[in-house]
Design a protein around this ligand. Sequence first.
Ligand code: TMP
Length: 215
Amino acid sequence: MPLKSKSTGKLISFEGSEGSGKSTQIARLAAHFQQTHHEVLSVREPGGTEIGEQIRNIIVHNSKGDEMCAETELLLFAAARAQLVREIIAPALARGAIVLSDRFLDSSTVYQGIARNLAADPVAQINRFAVGNVMPNVTIVLDVPTKVSLARLKQRASDLPDRMERENVDFYDKVREGYLLLAKGMPERFIVVDGTKSEDAVAKKIWAAVQTRLK
Ligand code: TMP
């Protein structure tokens, strides 16, 4: 499906490890924007569409998960993203909405590319194919040390950890380093925020940084 090349909306993606506080901060930023903006939309990856939620189930809650190879995982995440972009994000941006996305293409670069060690070129190409011309205007990385994110995960886990959450410390260290590396390479798009600070302090920092970037 072709994507319109012109849109007046803004796409802000949130990235970071599990337990980095993305959901809380997305809700806080959405509340800020709602005071001034007519349409604010929050979406999550993988998921956000009926097809995407089905794909999310296959990836995250699949009991046969250990048999899933990294290549399959990458393509499934990309498939969910392609659907979300065309069904929800691109039309919303065309209407002038602010779209807040809990993860976007950088998650694949970091989790499948860097942490699972897939070659960077195919990952980048598949990412580009999935998103078309829809790129985040701003990407916020909530940075927390692996020890902190794993402790937060344990605290909130009401049931067994899902397939991705069963990964080890080494994996999450690579995820964290991967995000920091990406952010360093694209300072014009990325904002790194210390996610160990209080919820209020993080929200304040994000709001100030986003306002500056979107000016
Ligand atoms: P979350 O809902 O906690 O963000 O969980 C989604 C999981 O999927 C998380 O472990 C990150 C992972 N993920 C990838 O590995 N690659 C991707 O492209 C995306 C969007 C998520």
